[in-house]
Design a protein around this ligand. Structure first.
Ligand SMILES: [Zn+2]
Ligand SMILES: [Zn+2]
Length: 212
């Protein structure tokens, strides 16, 4: 056992072939390290140069994004990955396509779309105890298991639009009445009254003073 980031990590379990991943799915399917994103690296055999391609549909973890744009928890995420053994660990290169739901930042209409992210991450073999420091920025293999979820999460959160739009040229809402400008047309207006805060003043007779 060694301790990384306060989490106790079991090194490879001999004789438990096929067991690790199922256990991870069962006991750890909520929270960190959902089994859907865990890959078994045993077949790479730690021989630099060997690689494996894998596609998989995983279920999106919770908490991916915020109100304006998010990947719904449990949504299908299409993963297309290559795992490549290098001397320090396993290099993962790939892409993920996930559905996106949210709200148009201008007109507040609900919107759905997809997001595609690509990533390349090095997962290092765990350093032996007492040999080097584990950097928080680095990702590590857990024995023969590679948990892609943190890398996937970081890539998606970076890719989420800050101001998603229902369409590129969404004209938004009328500032005065809230009408969808896309529906009421470009000539929608409220006469000279462009700012509702002037409404009360318009009822005053200020014509004398305005003449100056
Ligand atoms: Zn819109
Ligand atoms: Zn209006």
């Amino acid at each position: 056992m060694s301790n990384v980031n306060g989490k106790s990590v079991a090194r490879g379990v001999p004789g438990a072939h096929g067991q690790d991943v199922r256990d991870a799915r069962g006991s750890n399917s909520r929270g960190r390290g959902s089994g859907d994103f865990v890959f078994d690296m045993r077949s790479l055999g730690r021989s630099p140069g060997s690689f494996r391609d894998e596609t998989r549909t995983a279920h999106a973890p919770e908490g991916l994004g915020s109100g304006l744009a998010l990947v719904p928890a449990g949504a299908d995420v299409a993963l297309d990955l290559r795992f490549e053994a290098v001397s320090e660990g396993v290099l993962v290169t790939g892409s993920a396509v996930a559905p996106l739901t949210g709200e148009c930042a201008r007109c507040l209409d609900p919107l759905t779309s997809t997001t595609e992210v690509s990533f390349q991450e090095l997962y290092r073999y765990l350093p032996d105890p007492g040999e080097g420091e584990a950097d928080d920025e680095e990702r590590f293999l857990d024995g023969d298991r590679l948990d892609l979820e943190p890398a996937f999460r970081d890539a998606v959160v970076l890719a989420l639009p800050l101001s998603p739009l229902c369409r590129e040229d969404c004209p938004g809402l009328c500032a005065e009445c809230g009408a969808h400008l896309a529906e009421v047309g470009p000539h929608h207006g409220h006469g000279a009254a462009t700012d509702p805060r002037w409404g009360p003043l318009r009822q005053l007779d200020v014509s004398d003073r305005v003449e100056d």
